[in-house]
Design a protein around this ligand. Structure first.
Ligand code: AVI
Length: 320
């Protein structure tokens, strides 16, 4: 059964998302222009991301799903029964059931900033697990979340798949891990996915696929800015770039200007030189030791690690 929730996004009188406008206007006035990756995920962006996860070149979703299929029972044995599963970011229709079918969970609490997505995925899960109490909470999990009273007395298991942690710089990732620990409390556990450092050519192919799906994902941000923030960015004058940053061990996505440009967004004028970029995403890749260290820095003690034979992806179980 699915329980009720509440509302979050702040808008002005015209319905403009104030945080989106503030991030874009600030980001476009910096020396290295940059827009946080979270703004990729409007409805169109979320749909294109789903397409990405089905690409041959984009291995993370496939490999992580395989790990949950192969090792789900072993994970459940280590986790134990009667935990409340708190998922950070709404349950994907594929991965969450693979975990829930093995765990004898007391409740499932998906946290997401998008209420629409949350309601949809909760409904789908309720059909698969009719006896499991499902309590969706509309919340920004980057800040401490007060969990519903009905689950607060239980031992929690945080679930953070997808290597979403990789989209944060280590400083922010550590802040989030500490916040998760505060949200989940003493005696809790965390099951978290990391994408592993690997051959650079394979990483580039995963973020610059020949079909151009990832390019569409990146360029969709321009459409969103033009539509929601009254912009006139010329989409066809930008190209998608994916590059490896060795110092930070990450793939970066950028939108590169193909010629000198002048455009405006919400009445703010922006100039770009040919070849200049807007940095739109980081996707950090970790060795097992780096992943463990990140968890430790965030207040967690890694207790078990699962990886695939191709050594592409990691799932780590940690204690609070
Ligand atoms: C959601 N996140 C983990 C994806 C990633 O791989 O960093 C987003 C993505 N960007 C381009 N392709 C996929």
């Amino acid at each position: 059964s699915v329980h009720a929730d509440l509302k979050l996004v702040e808008t002005d009188d015209d319905g403009v998302d104030l945080a989106f406008r503030a991030d874009v206007l600030r980001g476009l006035s910096e020396r290295q222009k940059a827009i946080p990756a979270r703004w990729f995920y409007d409805l169109a962006g979320s749909e294109i991301f789903e397409e990405i996860t089905r690409l041959q070149e984009y291995y993370p979703t496939r490999v992580e799903t395989g790990l949950l299929e192969t090792h789900g029972a072993a994970m459940a044995t280590r986790i134990g029964p009667n935990r409340s599963v708190v998922e950070f970011g709404s349950g994907s229709s594929v991965k969450t059931p693979l975990l829930l079918r093995e765990l004898n969970a007391a409740a499932y609490v998906p946290l997401d900033i998008s209420g629409d997505f949350l309601r949809q995925s909760s409904q789908e899960l309720a059909e698969k697990f009719p006896d499991l109490p499902i309590i969706p909470v509309e919340a920004n999990f980057m800040r401490p979340v007060e969990l519903p009273a009905s689950v607060r007395h239980l031992d929690m298991l945080g679930f953070f798949p997808g290597s979403t942690i990789g989209n944060m710089v280590p400083h922010t990732a550590v802040d989030l891990l500490r916040t998760m620990r505060d949200t989940l409390g003493e005696g809790s556990q965390l099951l978290i996915g990391f994408d592993r450092a690997k051959d650079i050519a394979r990483l580039i192919a995963a973020y610059d696929d020949p079909q151009g799906v990832t390019a569409r994902f990146n360029l969709n941000l321009i459409d969103r800015i033009n539509r929601e923030l009254d912009g006139d960015m010329p989409r066809e004058k930008f190209r998608h770039v994916a590059r490896w940053n060795a110092d930070w061990s990450r793939i970066e996505m950028h939108l590169e200007a193909l010629e000198d440009l002048i455009f405006s967004v919400s009445d703010q004028h922006v100039k770009m030189r040919r070849g200049e970029t807007i940095h739109t995403e980081n996707s950090h890749k970790y060795t097992p030791n780096q992943a463990r260290l990140l968890l430790q820095a965030g207040g967690w003690t890694p207790v078990h690690l699962w990886t695939d034979t191709g050594e592409d992806f990691l799932i780590i179980l940690a204690d609070a």
